[in-house]
Design a binder for this molecule. Structure first.
Ligand SMILES: [Zn+2]
Length: 189
């Protein structure tokens, strides 16, 4: 499977000297509970049509993005170069540091609050994290958190169906040498 790269305008520079040492995991489905389709791409590209679905009206104007999306089939889409800042975490805090977008990579998993994630999503996520770690040496395995952990008053994702033990299992299985995940990521532009 190939990496899709759809450059989002919802990005900017990270602060000077920022060290990227955190992964923030998210879950998204658009409209909620509906999998497949192009709505997530369109949201992150700033092109979601508010007339297409009643739910879209409330979100179409949001300027949000993530570095990556892993869909239900394990297809990876990148929207923002890793070394740029994507707009995914909002008001957030991790170990006393505010504004997690500055120092994190945002990875969205296509999913919702009610449905288990797929095996291929965990497998692909582990491979993606291992690939990121080839260049981001501070991004250790204990620095992978959920949006719900860095913005607990506002956010539920990736939620009760994200199994952290399964992710750890796949990370252990993807230890070396660079994963069966051979496509080059976009690091900067
Ligand atoms: Zn989120």
């Amino acid at each position: 499977m190939r990496l899709r790269y759809l450059p989002s305008p919802h990005r900017d520079a990270r602060p000077a000297g920022a060290v990227v040492d955190l992964v923030v995991l998210h879950a998204i489905s658009l409209p909620p509970g509906h999998f497949g389709g192009r709505a997530i791409d369109e949201l992150f590209l700033g092109r979601l049509n508010p007339r297409e679905h009643p739910y879209f009206k409330g979100v179409a104007k949001l300027k949000v993005s993530a570095h990556f999306l892993i869909d239900r089939q394990g297809q990876v889409t990148q929207y923002v170069p890793v070394l740029k800042r994507a707009w995914h975490a909002g008001v957030s805090r991790w170990q006393g540091r505010r504004g997690c977008n500055d120092f994190s990579v945002g990875i969205e998993l296509e999913g919702d609050e009610h449905t288990p994630f797929t095996k291929v999503q965990y497998m692909t996520l582990a491979g993606l994290i291992r690939t990121l770690q080839t260049r981001l040496s501070q991004l250790r395995d204990d620095r992978i958190v959920g949006h719900q952990h860095v913005a607990p008053e506002r956010k539920w994702d990736p939620g009760p169906h994200f199994d952290w033990g399964v992710l750890r299992w796949w990370l252990a299985a993807s230890l070396a040498p660079p994963p069966a995940f051979v496509w080059p990521l976009i690091w900067e532009e």
